[in-house]
Ligand binder design. Structure first.
Ligand code: CA2
Length: 150
């Protein structure tokens, strides 16, 4: 079975509690439920995780090689700062899609750069919870094209 790991970084556990004008009203549990429904439809296994700790996220990425075919990552604030997460993702053997709920390009300048984008297969930003759903569908297409060419 094709397996996907959806990783969420710091403060994403607070979604839906504050700043709805930026992040909407959906909480992380709702996003997990939506992701699991799409995964079920596509017959994918899906693990959803969140951590406020950089080292824990690095550990989960390291363990993902040989266990998951793809990672979808919203690294939260670490997206803009973490060489450690970038290095861990660069070592990972499967596909990587970076997602953001908000449009990081129409926000503060420090959010315009992500350490993760250039080592990711694709980046989806600014579409709210739909960013995650589209990332799952994008992985599904990437896996299909790869298997057709092999
Ligand atoms: O838009 C995104 O998905 C972000 O990755 C969210 C991060 C932010 O640091 C990135 O620049 C863009 C923030 C995570 C959640 O922050 C909250 C703040 C207030 C209330 C709820 C969540």
């Amino acid at each position: 079975m094709t397996k996907i790991l959806v990783l969420n970084g710091p403060n994403l556990n607070m979604l839906g509690t504050r700043q709805p004008e930026i992040y909407g009203h959906t909480n992380l549990q709702d996003i997990e439920t939506k992701c699991k429904a799409i995964a079920h439809e596509l017959k994918f296994g899906l693990t959803f995780a969140q951590s406020n700790y950089e080292g824990e996220l690095v550990g989960l990425i390291q363990k993902a090689t040989n266990q998951y075919d793809g990672i979808i990552i919203n690294a939260g604030g670490y997206s803009h700062t973490s060489v450690a997460l970038r290095d861990a993702l660069a070592l990972y053997s499967g596909r990587v899609i970076e997602v953001h709920i908000s449009n990081i390009y129409n926000r503060e300048e420090f959010r315009h750069t992500s350490m993760l984008s250039s080592i990711s297969d694709g980046v989806i930003v600014g579409l709210g919870p739909l960013s995650y759903i589209l990332a799952i569908r994008a992985l599904s297409e990437l896996f299909r094209v790869t298997s057709e060419n092999n």
